[in-house]
Design a protein around this ligand. Structure first.
Ligand SMILES: Nc1ncnc2c1ncn2[C@@H]1O[C@H](COP(=O)(O)OP(=O)(O)OP(=O)(O)O)[C@@H](O)[C@H]1O
Ligand SMILES: [Mg+2]
Length: 351
């Protein structure tokens, strides 16, 4: 099965007065139809910049997509998102690929009714007009769990709670039956109960509608409940990738191990939370070593001299697992040269 989205070696820089910020340094990923890929990592690790670059939503300048490819395979074709023209991109964005951001208030127009905003999006991307577009908008409000959708259609954003506004954003994101939805911290601004409701809603919609979801979060607890695969980012690179169960049971990158150790546990005092000591790498110079080396308990000489590629450490079960670490934690020794580097372009790739 071919992935619906195949990103290879994405590099994104920002030119600032202080120098060039190397925000994304060789991100690759595969997203399969209908699956949810969780993207986790601490603040500044490049989650938003890499995913927003795919939709060309980063400010350019100062942002610059330096290199890479992003092969998107909807039913209607096969194209590289990074080399599309502006108009071609506009036809994909919000149509074949929907997106949801953390703060629905900044994405919604306060002066337009909720219904008109959904209808506008439908009219922009489909042949539906007027009454037909209105009917579709009301159907969408119903689908995302807004009670009394006909009356709510006429409300303004300020008349909705945060959770309801996020439901509206989801309605807009799925309005054109997209292949992919990119959700950037969609529940971070919501309280815990509402978070759980939004997670449930997204789970149900992606399963019912067969939408592939990229779910960005810094909260491992949230993505555990929604993702099939996880991509762990650090310093603008992918440090670990794998099926959620495998990755939680058997994390193999020291950073992921740290992150999992840092998960709040029930019945544990807040003060006892494990934190990864040290600070994230500076992104002003291109990484010539492992970005996690200064904070890594297993670091050795090789880690200082070169950036590790993603090694294929898939278990025999056929699920994919990869770690960008020079140290082989399974054997408790440095990785042998010649160990396979993750090469996911194989025909027999499975989920
Ligand atoms: N407009 C910009 N100008 C300069 N640097 C930027 C700009 N936008 C992002 N960056 C830098 O790119 C890096 C990656 O940022 P990004 O927003 O992708 O992080 P993130 O993983 O999404 O973090 P968070 O969890 O806080 O959302 C950061 O170092 C950030 O400072
Ligand atoms: Mg972000």
């Amino acid at each position: 099965m071919n992935p619906i989205l195949e990103v290879r070696d994405l590099h994104v820089h920002f030119d600032t007065v202080d120098g060039t910020v190397h925000a994304v340094n060789g991100v690759s990923l595969d997203l399969f139809a209908g699956e949810t890929l969780g993207v986790v990592g601490e603040s500044g690790s490049g989650k938003s910049v890499s995913m927003m670059s795919l939709l060309r939503l980063i400010p350019q300048p100062p942002g610059r997509i330096v290199s890479g490819s992003a092969r998107f395979r909807p039913a209607s074709g096969d194209l590289d998102l990074l080399s599309l023209g502006k108009r071609e991109m506009a036809a994909i964005r919000g149509n074949r690929i929907g997106f949801i951001f953390q703060d629905p208030m900044s994405s919604l127009n306060p002066l337009l009714t909720i219904g008109d905003q959904i209808r506008e999006s439908i009219e922009q991307h489909t042949s539906k007009r007027d009454a037909q577009a209105r009917r579709r908008a009301i159907q969408l409000l119903d689908q995302v769990g807004i009670p009394d959708p006909e009356a709510r259609y006429r409300n303004y954003p300020h008349q909705f709670s945060g959770g309801m506004r996020q439901r509206v954003m989801i309605a807009i994101a799925i309005a054109c039956d997209p292949d992919i939805v990119i959700a950037d911290e969609p529940t971070t601004a919501l309280d815990v109960t509402v978070q759980a409701q939004i997670v449930d809603l997204m789970n149900r919609l992606s399963a019912d509608l067969g939408i592939a979801v990229i779910w960005i979060s810094h909260d491992l607890g949230v993505v555990a409940g929604i993702a099939h695969h996880l991509l762990v980012m650090y310093g603008g690179t992918v440090v670990e990738y794998g099926a959620v169960d495998q990755l939680y049971a058997h994390p193999r990158h020291p950073y992921t191990i740290g992150l999992l150790g840092a998960l709040p546990k029930l019945h544990v005092n807040e003060d006892e939370l494990v934190n990864i000591s040290g600070t994230p790498p500076s992104l002003f110079s291109p990484p010539q070593q492992c970005p996690f080396e200064p904070r890594c308990p297993w670091a050795f000489e090789t880690c200082l001299n070169s950036q590790p590629p993603l090694f294929d450490i898939s278990p025999d079960t056929g699920s994919r697992h990869a770690s960008a670490c020079w140290y082989d934690l399974d054997r408790d020794k440095p990785r042998a040269s010649g160990q396979p580097v993750a090469e996911w372009d194989k025909e027999d790739a499975t989920l």
